[in-house]
Design a protein around this ligand. Structure first.
Ligand SMILES: O=C(O)[C@H](O)[C@@H](O)[C@H](O)[C@H](O)COP(=O)(O)O
Length: 296
């Protein structure tokens, strides 16, 4: 792995292979989870859709499936397609099929909090919590309401997040009133879109809402909800995970210093105010970066 750009707040990690990237990404997530659980007792993570989910697949393997404190995870979506939860386009379904169901193959294993707490107490007594690895709590998985309009789904989702900010499950930014997620994981499309923030879309200017909606996504399906830039940029950690040469131009436009005529590239606007930004790239995605040849 090559690491470019020594700035404290932004790091580029360029990997030889998808396998190496997947291992590094998994280590990074597990490490942030451990730090956050130690500091705050919980880990508030927002996922996106796309290839990101399969790149996180090693989380379902040893040692992470046993060592990560899954019971402390609170899971959200930085963007979601407004379709039924069992629809092939659903980001919730993608994560459930690609991650959660692999950790615990049957729904029945996703325990309700009360049951989990009883088990936790027993295990704590036996000092064996870490050895057994506990499942994700179903009430900690915050997917959108798939039976209402995009507008209603966005407003309900923001309301749910507000309640969790009040109870400090999600921290609050000390410079805005925005939620401060422990980690937001983003993919990037070949036009530089992140979450469901697309180039030249009005949604890029949204400053008041935490979660908003669009009904005209240039990529199917058209109706989506998305975190806004102020929320993304208030997170403690943001990772943008991008692979493949079809993304190389967008990576260059998002990261390099390209002067005043920069086209609208949403990923370029991902700049956590106080948090840390890490780009996970494979070599084809990084191949058009200005400094790329020097990292080889
Ligand atoms: O729901 C979505 O459409 C995603 O959240 C979107 O932001 C995705 O992450 C990128 O388009 C990258 O997707 P790929 O990695 O599959 O290209």
């Amino acid at each position: 792995m090559a690491v470019l750009g020594g700035e404290k707040e932004k790091e580029l990690r360029i990997h030889e292979s998808l396998d190496e990237l997947g291992t590094d990404l998994t280590d990074y997530i597990a490490e942030l989870s451990e730090i956050s659980v130690k500091e705050r007792g919980v880990f508030a993570l927002a996922l996106s859709g796309g290839s990101l989910i399969s790149l996180m697949g090693k989380l379902c393997e040893a040692p992470y499936n046993k060592t990560v404190d899954w019971g402390k995870w609170y899971i959200f979506w930085a963007d979601e397609r407004v379709v039924a939860k069992n629809h092939a386009d659903s980001n919730y379904k993608l994560a459930k099929d690609g991650l959660f169901s692999k950790l615990w193959p049957q729904e029945a294993y996703i325990l309700k909090s009360a049951v989990l707490e009883r088990i936790r107490k027993t295990l704590r007594a036996a000092k064996a919590v870490k050895l057994l690895g506990l499942p994700i709590v179903s009430s900690h998985v915050h997917s959108i309401n798939d039976s209402v309009s995009a507008e209603e789904a966005a407003s309900e989702y923001e309301f749910a997040i507000r309640q969790l900010v009040k109870s400090r499950v999600i921290s609050v930014s000390d410079i805005s009133d925005c939620p401060k997620f422990d980690l937001i994981l983003l993919g990037m499309g070949s036009n530089g879109d992140v979450a469901s923030l697309f180039p030249n879309h009005l949604v890029l200017d949204e400053k008041n809402e935490w979660v908003t909606f669009i009904t005209d996504s240039p990529k199917s399906p058209p109706e989506r909800i998305t975190f806004t830039l102020p929320v993304i940029n208030s997170a403690s950690n943001v990772a943008v995970v991008v692979t493949g040469d079809s993304k190389a131009d967008a990576v260059h436009l998002a990261i390099d210093d390209i002067g005043p005529d920069c086209p609208s590239v949403p990923a370029r606007l991902v700049q956590p105010t106080k948090g840390k930004l890490v780009w996970f790239l494979d070599k084809p995605a990084a191949s058009k970066l200005d400094g790329f040849q020097f990292s080889e």
